[in-house]
Design a binder for this molecule. Structure first.
Ligand code: HEC
Length: 133
């Protein structure tokens, strides 16, 4: 009899642990970022870094940051099926490429104008696509 009670307690304990683990996994899935969020946060972080580098007059780094954004948006844009999303994303890629060339020539004025245009494109997609859902 004692053995059965011990065995039953062990079984109940294991079930309780498993149920708890499942709950923890569910919570983790809820707080995990969606792939689109990860991509967007990386873009925002890249632009923050770029602006810091621009402020510090580090044109070489600005050129590299902009080239990274150009490459990512080109790769992402080419895979998009929504024509508007694709257009905007590829436009950002072109603008980022222009930003990179301007940075290589240390043309701070042009870099700033292009960055403004990039920001406007980000906002355009957020207004026309993201916030419409
Ligand atoms: C083609 C459309 C499109 C473009 C272009 C775009 N975004 Fe987004 N952005 C979205 C969508 C859709 C979401 C919502 C993603 C989600 O919540 O799953 C989003 C969300 C975000 C977020 C919030 C992420 C979070 O933590 O929830 C940031 C920050 C962001 N975008 C920054 C940018 C920046 C910076 C650019 C330009 C370099 C940009 N986005 C360009 C569509 C776009």
């Amino acid at each position: 009899m004692k053995k059965i009670i011990l065995l039953l307690s062990a079984v109940i304990f294991v079930i309780a642990v498993l149920a708890c683990a499942a709950e923890v996994a569910k919570e983790a899935a809820k707080t995990e970022l969606r792939p689109a969020q990860k991509l967007m946060q990386a873009r925002a972080m890249l632009l923050t870094t770029l602006n810091k580098n621009l402020g510090a007059g580090n044109f070489e780094a600005v050129g590299k940051n902009a080239a990274d954004l150009a490459a990512e948006t080109k790769k992402t844009g080419e895979k998009l099926t929504n024509p508007l999303a694709k257009d905007i994303t590829l436009a950002i890629s072109m603008l980022a490429k222009d930003t990179s060339s301007a940075a290589d020539k240390k043309f701070a004025g042009i870099v700033k104008v292009k960055l403004g245009a990039i920001k406007a494109k980000c906002d355009e997609c957020h207004a026309k696509i993201r916030d419409k859902k």
